[in-house]
Design a protein around this ligand. Structure first.
Ligand SMILES: CC(C)(COP(=O)(O)OP(=O)(O)OC[C@H]1O[C@@H](n2cnc3c(N)ncnc32)[C@H](O)[C@@H]1OP(=O)(O)O)[C@@H](O)C(=O)NCCC(=O)NCCS
Length: 266
């Protein structure tokens, strides 16, 4: 996967490594370094291949708790079930590395909108995480003491973009999007979508937040407005990038954070 494929002249330009978000591409993904206060770690998991670093470590189904196991059983599609199991197993392994615990000892709770977080007894120095998957890729993000949201979406043909744009874009976003040539709209739509989802996921309120109330800046360097009660728009940082035909977005409430990527091997 190519982490450097940022150039899409027909789309709003994604933010790259301008300060204060200094991006470092680490060579990972086998060693898990210390997560410092001002860092966000983003791990990539290629679904359908071996879990990096986990061969021969008793992975994976045995690590899941009862609720996760029964959720896995409810997936009708074997591929979706496998994706869920592998992503959860990798999440547990990575959390275990950060917390120095066995993967099957990790305990989760959900907020009332379904956002998983560590059970109170295991919140070690405010460790937070967020997960997103699409197609054959999952992203797993980790930070300390600051809300974090991640979203990844694979570009694929979609019909009926207009009504969806009316449903989730702010007036300014809709105006900008409609000015694009028809062949540019799909990629731009997915870019907006991932940013809005990542914002909703950072707040932990999912789409109940009201997608129209989150308005991304024209240069994708941050937000023009956020819903009431969530502070000033500048308090939220936005980082966007591409991996092949996947569009990725990360939203954090730590504007000074450094993002460190741990990509999968190509
Ligand atoms: C559930 C939701 C948070 C994200 O869903 P999604 O984009 O389909 O799925 P993703 O793969 O990005 O994220 C799923 C992960 O987010 C986490 N998650 C679940 N609820 C969450 C919430 N309220 N806040 C943050 N993270 C949440 C979980 O870890 C979940 O992983 P799991 O299924 O393995 O448990 C929510 O935003 C949603 O329902 N979206 C529907 C899509 C939509 O209408 N989008 C419009 C955008 S313009």
């Amino acid at each position: 996967m190519n982490l450097n494929s940022f150039a899409h002249s027909d789309e709003p330009s994604p933010r790259r490594s301008d300060a204060p978000w200094v991006e470092t591409v680490a060579s990972g993904p086998t060693a898990v370094p210390t997560l410092r206060d001002a860092e966000v770690h983003v791990w990539y998991l290629r679904l359908g291949s071996d879990l990096p670093g986990l061969t021969g470590r008793g992975c994976c189904r045995d690590w899941l708790d009862e609720e996760e196991a029964s959720r896995a059983e409810r997936y009708r599609h074997p591929q979706a079930r496998e994706a869920f199991v592998r992503t959860r197993a990798y999440l547990r392994w990575l959390l275990g590395q950060y917390l120095e615990m066995a993967p099957n000892a990790i305990r989760f709770t959900l907020n009332r909108h379904g956002k998983p977080r560590l059970a109170e007894s295991q919140e070690d120095r405010g460790l937070v995480f967020n997960v997103s998957h699409s197609g054959h890729l999952a992203l797993l993000g980790f930070a300390r003491d600051s809300p974090l949201g991640l979203d990844v979406e694979q570009l694929r043909p979609r019909r009926q973009l207009e009504p969806l744009a009316d449903y989730c874009f702010s007036a300014a976003e809709r105006k900008r999007w409609r000015k694009l040539a028809p062949e540019q709209r799909l990629a731009a739509f997915v870019r907006y979508w991932t940013v809005k989802e990542a914002f909703c996921k950072a707040t932990g309120r999912g789409i109940t937040l009201g997608l129209k109330n989150v308005s991304v800046a024209a240069d994708f360097q941050g937000f023009d407005s956020v819903p009431e009660g969530l502070g000033v728009a500048d308090a939220w940082s936005l980082h966007t990038w591409d991996i092949g035909d996947y569009r990725c977005a990360l939203v954090s409430r730590n504007p000074a954070a450094t993002i460190i990527h741990f990509p999968v091997e190509p």
